[in-house]
Design a protein around this ligand. Sequence first.
Ligand code: ASP
Length: 354
Amino acid sequence: MRPILITSFLVTALSVAHPAFAAKPEAKPEAKPETPIAIAIHGGAGTIEKSRFTPEQEKAYRQALKLAVEQGYKVLEQGGESLDAITAAIKVLENSPFFNAGKGAVYTYEGAHELDASIMDGRDRRAGAVAGVKHVKNPIELARAVMDKSVHVMLSGEGAEEFAMREGMPFVDNAYFDTPHRYEAWQKARKKLDRAEQGTKDYQAKHEQLPLQFKMGTVGAVALDKNGNLAAGTSTGGMTAKRFGRIGDSPIIGAGTFADNDSCAVSATGHGEYFIRYHVAADICARVQYQDKSVVQAGQEVIFGPMFEAGGTGGVIILDAQGNISMPFNTKGMYRASKSNTQPTYVGIFKATD
Ligand code: ASP
């Protein structure tokens, strides 16, 4: 008995005296790095300056952006898919009169609303898009249905609406999309165009000269879910006083929207003609994938590169499969917001950090 007692006394004494002899603390379970989930949204880029807003207006825009990004994030947080997260966020923006998509869409030259939207799944590059629809309440849902339930990628006009009808989508009168501020913008744009056209009869050339605020506004979202899947979507009313069935970049996969798990997800907003010609969304993701560029670098290169030098203005939201977000724009401002598992809700409107 004696030697045992002495030994145990010695162990106790040494444990107190020297930590190396201390009884091992219970091993803590290795902290697993959290799987990234993230979402970013935009509500259009353009001549958005602080001086143009009353404090109440600014607050209302910020609230709408916050609501949209948080609705989308909630889907991700509950384990939902990135496609569902972006659809939820975009629907909030489409239903808000503040943004040029769904309710609040701009007017065509003739005084109606023609809506475009697209969506892409980064898992397998499935995609759906609609152009020139006039009565579908939430065009992003129709784009989703084209992707999920048709054998095509892009449907337009009456055909797209016939498909929407078969799918039982909510329909509205075209006047549902009306808002007083877009009506006023349409009136101004028409006056400018009609006056200018009397001189040259060249609508296209005159449209080029319309101030930028008539050519911008769109909504979009990109998201990453817990399974590492990226998705992107974009929805717009297009350009004020657009004519002849004009379609911009928003419903064009690779221009206004792109998603691939191997690179990134992008939704664009800006002067659509340039975004089509410079294939903006796909170009950014190609730089990420093939040149190993970060989303920040790839975004800067494209948004401030040859397209900008050629006169293309606008911005993008970009997200990669690690949850890195970048939201560059070459205009005065861009309505934007983001949230991830490592970053609280961020809402920005003007340049830099505001
Ligand atoms: N890109 C859209 C279009 O050209 C407009 C915008 O994003 O401001 O239709």
